[in-house]
Ligand binder design. Structure first.
Ligand code: ZN
Length: 215
């Protein structure tokens, strides 16, 4: 823990004074440019991956970058989505999966690996649609291929869940919100994004280059 406290002291001594204008501005306003829903995995650092300053991303992270479908059950993800869209008015939401995801690996290995983790097991049922898609399309594939497929299918399943939230559906209908599905490869540093027009993930640079001004 000492290295973490040392980090806070270094932040106060070196980082904050050097960026005082930014932090004073941030103290007055909260106006993020996007919501980022990622995995709680410590290797996923949205601001590093996207090279954004504090104040730019409204971040929710949990095991498996999951978005429960809309319901009346109180939930942190649901409340955060509602706040981001209805109050902060974020114009974009990114759901980002990643290579080597422990949550997705647990799903692949089956329920018996989660016997001592009942909360995790229940939580990961929100990825059942992705699990079923991989079971039917990649039944005989090696585990690494299945895992990559599951990470991608899970991003698509959670995008579907996101659409079930009325605040999201309304904002999309009013052309005030766009959704993005990403997968980040930790070793390669690469990011692929889902292109709904061709129903495939493509390198994020290609998608950006091909985007028209209205997208
Ligand atoms: Zn993960």
């Amino acid at each position: 823990m000492n290295h973490i406290i040392d980090g806070v002291l270094r932040f106060q001594r070196e980082v904050h004074p050097n960026r005082e204008a930014l932090f004073h501005q941030l103290a007055l306003e909260h106006s993020p440019s996007a919501m980022f829903i990622g995995c709680a995995d410590s290797r996923i650092v949205p601001e590093v991956l996207t090279q954004q300053n504090p104040g730019s991303l409204f971040v929710v992270r949990n095991a498996g970058n999951i978005v429960p479908p809309h319901s009346t059950v109180p939930g942190g993800v649901t409340a955060s989505i509602e706040y981001a869209v209805a109050v902060l008015g974020v114009p974009d939401i990114v759901i980002c999966g990643h290579s080597g995801c422990g949550a997705m690996t647990a799903i692949l290995r089956g329920a018996h690996h989660l016997e001592k983790l009942p909360a995790v097991a229940r939580w990961l049922h929100y990825a059942d649609a992705a699990r079923d898609a991989v079971a039917s399309q990649h039944a005989d594939a090696p585990e690494d291929v299945k895992l990559s497929a599951l990470v991608r299918e899970n991003v698509l399943a959670q995008l579907d869940h996101l659409l079930s939230h009325p605040v999201v559906a309304d904002a999309i209908q009013n052309k005030q919100l766009r959704l993005h599905g990403w997968v980040y490869d930790i070793a390669a540093g690469s990011v692929i994004t889902y292109d709904a027009r061709i129903r495939k993930f493509v390198p994020i640079g290609d998608a950006f280059a091909n985007a028209t001004p209205t997208e």
